[in-house]
Design a protein around this ligand. Structure first.
Ligand code: FAD
Length: 428
């Protein structure tokens, strides 16, 4: 294969993994004038007929949008998305009530198109599909189809190859590299809710949630007026449901209002279409190897999906890296360690928060104390907008560093409890 020969003095950047974060990174490096080679194991999904795995409707919030904005892509992506202003909670008895995300006007978007096409518009970027990285030994990256890429001094490798990163394997051989991965007992399964008479079966501008303690279902709207429903449940429970009739029985018990909307026959069939998928949380540090290689996105930090931040955090990685490139004049020997220093505490914080929300979303959304606390937080935010900012707001609608948001949250918790206690004491 003819990989690009760099004509400029700049390094060639090899981005391994052309998913969301890889494609955005390609745009960032291309915009800076680097020669970019993206190696993606899949075929070009825009040409493939069947897209295996998960759908692309993901919640895009402030951090992701800021990262897209920096490379001029925010408007395109947001204009093709669907705004969600509130969560819509579905009770067991079929009633629905909204819980807004924050102040008026704050909303999150369903991201419905990919960034791959944007990466391709740069003439100094080449997308190499069907190139699966098999290994990286000494100075050679070997891809499927017996293609290898000899690394010489002018290469930077950016590992964006997802939660099971092949690039990260190379890091495991290094001394003082920390790594941990945790599978949660839950799996997830996706179901489609079709339109009714050409219209969305439920209100479209909401993230629909059916919290049921240990189970939970959510639904996000798509452009074709369908909803993608995702059922989260412990694997043990998935194993208990083995026939179509059992599926209906299970839905009757926990999600009765969803049966007519998905359709009983479709439900019986689609439930078994794919096995439930596992969810993993991965933490590691450092994120770089000398001045040669850096990890971003899920390759650096896969998080469980309960804060809707995985992709947003990955996009913010690109933005933070870019900011450091500006500060340190693109000197990789300084930029890479600085990126690790700045980003590790934040990505670890969002991994922890996502795990915390895993518990919160399943059980507390039902609890009166939780709702009361949320109410108090929102109230305090209105009267003291600079002092009390709900955690969800900091994470979703600001670029407050994740680890600082956590610190502030602990402090605010104390302030709020003090206020509640002293008010109760004074009989307010
Ligand atoms: P990936 O999207 O995993 O992309 C990695 C790419 O690398 C893939 O294209 C893969 O084919 C390629 N690759 C892998 N191995 C190799 C190899 N050896 N050689 C070459 N290429 C390779 N995040 C949000 O922000 N909002 C949400 O609402 C949200 N919802 C989610 C719901 C679920 C059920 C799940 C599981 C995740 C959700 N996420 C969400 C997280 C989000 O999907 C991920 O954080 C995001 O996709 C990470 O992007 P990435 O590019 O780092 O990795």
């Amino acid at each position: 294969t003819n990989f690009s020969k760099s004509t400029s003095k700049k390094k060639v950047v090899a981005v391994v993994g052309g998913g969301l974060v890889g494609a955005l990174n390609a745009c960032y490096f291309a915009k800076r004038g680097f020669q970019v080679e993206v190696f993606e194991s899949r075929e070009d999904i825009r040409q493939a007929k069947i897209v295996k795995g998960r759908s692309i409707n993901l919640a895009l919030s402030h951090r992701g949008r800021q990262a897209l904005k920096q490379v001029g892509m925010e408007d395109t992506i947001v204009s093709k998305g669907i705004p969600m202003h509130s969560r819509m909670i579905h009770s067991l008895n079929g009633t629905q009530y909204p819980i807004p995300y924050g102040k008026k006007g704050q909303c999150i978007f369903v991201m419905l198109c990919s960034v791959t096409a944007a990466a391709e518009t740069y003439s100094n970027t080449k997308l190499n599909f069907a190139h699966k990285l098999l290994n990286w030994i000494n100075h050679t990256l070997t891809f499927s189809l017996s293609i290898s890429l000899s690394l010489f001094l002018k290469y930077l490798i950016v590992g964006c190859d997802g939660a099971f990163s092949a690039i990260r394997k190379q890091f495991l051989r290094q001394s003082r590299f920390n790594f941990s991965q945790t599978y949660i007992p839950h799996g997830y399964l996706e179901l489609t809710m079709p339109p009714i008479n050409g219209e969305f079966a439920m209100k479209p501008n909401y993230l629909h949630i059916w919290p049921r303690n240990t189970f939970m279902m959510i639904a996000l709207p798509n452009l074709d007026k369908t909803f993608t429903c995702t059922l989260f449940m412990p694997f043990d429970e998935f194993e208990n449901v083995t026939t179509g009739d059992q599926v209906i029985e299970f839905f009757q018990k926990y999600f009765p209002d969803a049966i007519p909307l998905i359709g009983a026959d479709a439900l019986k069939r689609d439930y078994f279409r794919l096995p439930a998928q596992a969810m993993v949380s991965v933490k590691c540090s450092p994120y770089h190897l000398s001045d040669k290689c850096v990890l971003m996105g899920d390759a650096a930090h896969a998080v469980v999906p309960f804060y809707g931040q995985g992709m947003n955090a990955g996009f913010e990685d690109c933005l933070v890296f870019n900011e450091i490139m500006d500060q340190l004049n693109e000197d990789f020997s300084a930029v890479l360690p600085e990126y690790t220093r700045v980003r590790v505490p934040d990505d670890h914080a969002i991994a922890d928060l996502a795990m915390y929300n895993y518990v919160e979303m399943r059980s507390h959304v039902n609890s009166k104390w939780f709702l009361f606390r949320k109410y108090i937080d929102n109230f305090l935010h209105i009267i003291m907008p600079r002092t009390i900012i709900p955690l969800y707001t900091m994470v979703t609608f600001t670029r407050t560093r994740y680890h600082e948001a956590v610190k502030r949250w602990h402090w605010q918790d104390k302030v709020r409890n003090d206020i509640v206690h002293s008010s109760l004491y004074k009989g307010i």
